[in-house]
Design a binder for this molecule. Structure first.
Ligand code: IPM
Ligand code: MN
Length: 398
C-alpha cells in the first residue's frame, strides 16, 4: 500500500526553535515516518524585515498541507518590537502581534491539548512530603484542554476606548459608577468573550478524550463564582453535555486559583482538565512544572482543517547561538508524537514515546535541565547531553 507521501510544514520560528525542530525531524525520519518537509517563514526575522511575523506565503503553505510542526517564537511587548522594525517600515503603523496566536486565530485552531504525564525516572519529577518523613512522587497523568481562540486572547481590547465603548460604560446603570467617571485616556479594556460554539467544541473534545483514553473525570477549571457569565456558561454547558452524552465520566469543577494550589497537593487526582484560554495557559504551565518543566511540555492546536503542533517553551534566544545547542528536544519530539497520533500514525508515535521513556529511565543521557544545571555554554563540558545527543539517544532506542 503506497499512500501519497505527506508534506509537513516545518515552522522553525525563532531562537532554539530551529535546533529542536531539526533534531525532531531526524527522530521522525529514523522512526520511519515517511514525509517531506517544506519550511514556512515565521517569527521575529520576518517582523523586522517585512513588518509581518506571519507572512501570507506561510498561511498559504498551511492551507495547502494542513499540518504544521512549529519550533518556538519570540514575543516582545509592543514598543520593544517597534524599536527593532526595519527603519523603512516604521511609518506604516505596524503593530507586532505573536504569530502563534495569529495562526490559532487565522485557522481557528480552537482546541488546544496539552498532556502532562510523568516519565518514570525523570529527575525533575515533582516530589512532596507524605506521612512521617516519607517522600512521595505522585504520578501525574493529566490532559489539559485549553480553548485556544477566545477569552482574553480574542483581541477585543482598547486603550483610550472609542465612543461606542466608552459611552456604553458611562451610561450603563451598573458600570457607570466605577468606570463612567474615569477620563477615557485613563482606561484600558481587555475583554473576555466566550461563544457557545467554541465552548461546546472544547468541552466535547475534553469529554471525548476522557472516554477514549479511560480517564474517569473531566474538571472544568475556571472561576464561575466571580466570572459569572463566561466561566458560568462553560460550567453550565459542561453539566448539560455530561448529563446528555457522557454520563460515565464524572464532572468536577475547580477554581483556577485553588487548582494552582491543589496542583502540588494532589496532582494525581486529576484526569482531563478543561479551561478557557487564559486559565488553560496558566494551568498547563503549572502541571508542566510537575513533570519536568518546559523541556517536557508538548501541545497540539487543532482546527477543523489545519493543525499545528508545538512545544510550549519559548525561543530561549540566549541559547540560540551556542556552537552546540543545549536545550532539551523532548517537548518538541513529544509534540511531533501528537501530530502522528492526529494523522493516524499512532504506531510510530508509540515507538518514539517508548524510546523516550527508556532514555529517561536509564538516566545516562540527560540534558542540562535534567541535571539541574543553569543553562550555559559549558554544561556540555560538565556532562550534560546536547540537543543532538539527546535526539541520538532516543534514536538508538527506536
Ligand atoms: C503558550 C504561550 C503563548 C500563549 C505565548 C507565547 C503567546 O505562552 O503557547 O502557552 O500565551 O498562548
Ligand atoms: Mn503559555
Amino acid at each position: 500500500m503506497n499512500m501519497t507521501k505527506r508534506t509537513i510544514v516545518a515552522l522553525p520560528g525563532d531562537g532554539i526553535g530551529r535546533h529542536v525542530l531539526e533534531e525532531c525531524i531526524r527522530v521522525l525520519d529514523k522512526a520511519g515516518f515517511d514525509a517531506s518537509y517544506v519550511e514556512g517563514d515565521i517569527g521575529w526575522e520576518f517582523w523586522k524585515s517585512e513588518g509581518n511575523p506571519l507572512p501570507d506565503r506561510t498561511i498559504e503553505l498551511l492551507e495547502k498541507h494542513k499540518i504544521g510542526l512549529f519550533g518556538a517564537i519570540t514575543s516582545k511587548p509592543k514598543d520593544a518590537a517597534f524599536a527593532e522594525l526595519d527603519p523603512g517600515l516604521k511609518e506604516k503603523g505596524l503593530v507586532y502581534s505573536s504569530p502563534i496566536v495569529g495562526l490559532r486565530q487565522h485557522f481557528n485552531l480552537d482546541v488546544c491539548i496539552r498532556p502532562c504525564k510523568t516519565y518514570t525516572g525523570n529527575p525533575l519529577n515533582f516530589i512532596r512530603r507524605g506521612a512521617g518523613d516519607s517522600i512521595e512522587e505522585p504520578e501525574v497523568d493529566v490532559a489539559i484542554f485549553r480553548q485556544n481562540t477566545e477569552g482574553l486572547y480574542g483581541g477585543v481590547e482598547w486603550s483610550n476606548p472609542p465612543d461606542i465603548v466608552y459611552n456604553g460604560l458611562a451610561t450603563h446603570p451598573k458600570f457607570k459608577k466605577n468606570f463612567g467617571t474615569v477620563p477615557r485616556e485613563e482606561l484600558s479594556i481587555s475583554t473576555r468573550i466566550f461563544t457557545k460554539k467554541a465552548t461546546e467544541r472544547i468541552l466535547r473534545a475534553a469529554f471525548a478524550h476522557a472516554v477514549k483514553f479511560g480517564y474517569k473525570s473531566v474538571t472544568v477549571c475556571e472561576k464561575p463564582n466571580v466570572i459569572r457569565e463566561t466561566s458560568g456558561m462553560m460550567y453550565k454547558m459542561a453539566q448539560e453535555i455530561q448529563a446528555a452524552d457522557f454520563p460515565g465520566i464524572e464532572l468536577w469543577n475547580t477554581n483556577i486559583d485553588a487548582q494552582m494550589m491543589w496542583l502540588t497537593k494532589n496532582p494525581e487526582t486529576y484526569g482531563v482538565i478543561v479551561a478557557g484560554n487564559m486559565f488553560g495557559d496558566i494551568v498547563s504551565d503549572g502541571f508542566a512544572g510537575l513533570i519536568g518543566g518546559l523541556g517536557f511540555a508538548c501541545s497540539a492546536n487543532l482546527g477543523e482543517e489545519v493543525s499545528v503542533f508545538e512545544p510550549t517553551h519559548g525561543s530561549a534566544p540566549k541559547y540560540a547561538d551556542y556552537s552546540e545547542s543545549i536545550v532539551n528536544p523532548i517537548a518538541m519530539v513529544e509534540s511531533a508524537c501528537m501530530m502522528l497520533d492526529h494523522i493516524g500514525e499512532a504506531e510510530i508515535s508509540g515507538r518514539i514515546r517508548s524510546a523516550i521513556a527508556q532514555v529517561i529511565m536509564e538516566g545516562k543521557v540527560r540534558t542540562y535541565d535534567m541535571m539541574k544545571m543553569t543553562g550555559r555554554a559549558d554544561v556540555i563540558k560538565n556532562g550534560a547531553a546536547s540537543t543532538r545527543q539527546m535526539a541520538e539517544a532516543i534514536i538508538a532506542k527506536l
